[in-house]
Design a protein around this ligand. Sequence first.
Ligand code: C2E
Ligand code: CA
Ligand code: CA
Ligand code: CA
Length: 280
Amino acid sequence: AKGAGKDRFALYYDGLQHTAKRQLALESALAQALERNEYSLHYQPICQLVDGKPYLAGVEALLRWSDQGRLVPPQEFIPVLEASSGIVRVGEWVLQEACRQVRDWQLAGQAQMHCAVNLSIRQLQEHDFADRLMLILDETGLAPGSLVLEITETLLMQDSMLVRNNLQRIAGLGVRLALDDFGTGYCSLGYLKRFPLHILKVDRSFISGTPENAESLVISRAIIGLGQSLGLSVVAEGVEEQAQLDFLTAEHCPFVQGYWFSRPIPAAQLQEMFSESGAF
Ligand code: C2E
Ligand code: CA
Ligand code: CA
Ligand code: CA
């Protein structure tokens, strides 16, 4: 038994070394990825429900990294970028690219389309974030009202003056702020009033249980009601089934997003969908 324990420890230790090496390799690959043009964006439609019918209202830009031809899942590389502050430069590239693309689509006929971009806390800790954002809007010609920046509850909980000032300045520009993954963090409802928020995104962990699971249903219903009584817009994330869409329609949820409508896809593919539907 003693021997087995020792072996297990050795295995575990090797595992750690292996993980540390992989982490280092990942970090150095990511450090070069921007220059090597290995990042791209996928876009997922966000639909507005009008009389129960979904209409394309905007897109969420989602970062992709192609490492030697293999698409690496965001959960694997975004935390690494966030740990090394590489996310600041990459995040700026995401903003630039997404604003440019959506402005192109607007000019091509999708005049009302909005663009949602995810922000990391690191970006909001930069003193000049709002200035850089203003520059990007200026350069791409995207109206501030067409941009939504998505932040998470954990980000708000940091509650630093710097972050708060940045959020105020962003809202002052006319850019809207969405609280992403709502209901999964430890955010007190007081935060909803303290920060200049415009949109709540109901986390997909709640939506996925609806309508069969009573708890999911009650929580989703409560969040939709809460958002609306606070004058916020609401987006339900992770809609995968007709039954979920029917439930959200009955609850008068204004916006929906999920695989039921489309997975996140490259810009060219989304553009094909517009042309097929005759909207381009
Ligand atoms: P998120 O912001 O909550 O993005 C939504 C995630 O849910 C996306 O995963 C999307 O593919 C997935 N999703 C959408 N609809 C469905 C559905 O119906 N069912 C299921 N099961 N999943 C659905 P993705 O693209 O893997 O992104 C994961 C996370 O990575 C994002 O979660 C976001 O937190 C982060 N992320 C992605 N792009 C960026 C970025 O540019 N900057 C930052 N800071 N974070 C990003
Ligand atoms: Ca998001
Ligand atoms: Ca989310
Ligand atoms: Ca279900």
